[in-house]
Design a protein around this ligand. Structure first.
Ligand code: C5P
Length: 232
């Protein structure tokens, strides 16, 4: 599995998404579809974007009882997404059920990655509200190990956490990392950011980049710059 740049298509309608994708006449970027767009437009948005030749990371972060997650994953697998995800907090049993649901008859399946702790969760809140007494870093690494044990391919994490995840789970365990900004770019609401070049150095396998590309004056040029810095 090669390194790639995934463009976060955080648009609220199919039309806005297609207007954006129409700008790419040469490349077919790997795109991330999140809850907002999927809930607004339904599975047809996935079929449409696939038909246009893009790979899709469907970011729905499933978390429910194992049987429900297994059945939902079977539906996503039929939609032919290339990558999807769930919350590792659902336990190893839930993650194993997800792998089963996602696996097609011929044994193939989309890449499945886990969210460990959301980057919006602070260590203080995790300890006080969720009653998890470990450090947030230990929790992230343990959840990543659980995901690996369940047969998942990797985790979503901050590029700054990618090193410790690789150390705990091995270099072939994938790290998919948002929070990427150009050195001369706007940070926006992201707090812990790195550049595409730095993410490459740290060992991220996929970077997820939204506004630095979607809000750029020239999104195609911004995408190319990301690919050049990250993939080389
Ligand atoms: O626009 P920006 O580059 O900040 O977009 C990053 C994308 O990655 C968004 O879709 C955001 O929801 C997602 N994401 C994130 N941090 C996480 C998990 C997902 O920024 N921990």
């Amino acid at each position: 599995m090669g390194k790639d740049v995934i463009v976060a298509c955080d648009f609220s309608s199919a039309q806005a998404t297609f207007d954006f994708l129409d700008k790419f006449t040469e490349e077919k970027p790997f795109v991330k579809i999140g809850m907002e767009l999927y809930y607004a437009e339904g599975p047809s948005i996935v079929r449409e974007i696939k038909k246009r030749g893009h790979k899709i990371f469907l970011d729905l972060k499933l978390h429910d009882i194992p049987n429900t997650v297994k059945k939902a994953m079977a539906v996503l697998s039929k939609l032919d997404v290339d990558m999807t995800n769930l919350h590792a907090a659902g336990t190893i049993d839930m993650m194993k059920a997800a792998v089963e649901g996602l696996t097609r008859e011929d044994g193939t399946r989309p890449i499945l990655i886990a969210v460990t702790q959301l980057t919006s969760t602070s260590e203080e809140r995790m300890q006080k509200e969720l009653l998890i007494n470990s450090s947030i870093n230990d929790t992230i690494v343990q959840y990543a190990k659980n995901a690996k044990e369940a047969g998942l391919d990797g985790v979503v994490c901050s590029p700054l956490e990618a090193g410790m995840v690789k150390e705990g789970c091995g270099s072939s365990f994938l790290t998919v990392t948002p929070g990427v900004r150009f050195a001369d770019g706007d940070v926006g609401d992201q707090v812990r950011v790195t550049t595409p070049a730095k993410a490459k150095e740290i060992g991220s396998d996929y970077i997820v980049v939204g506004r630095p590309i979607t809000a750029a004056d020239d999104p195609v040029a911004a995408y190319r710059r990301c690919v050049e810095e990250f993939v080389g």
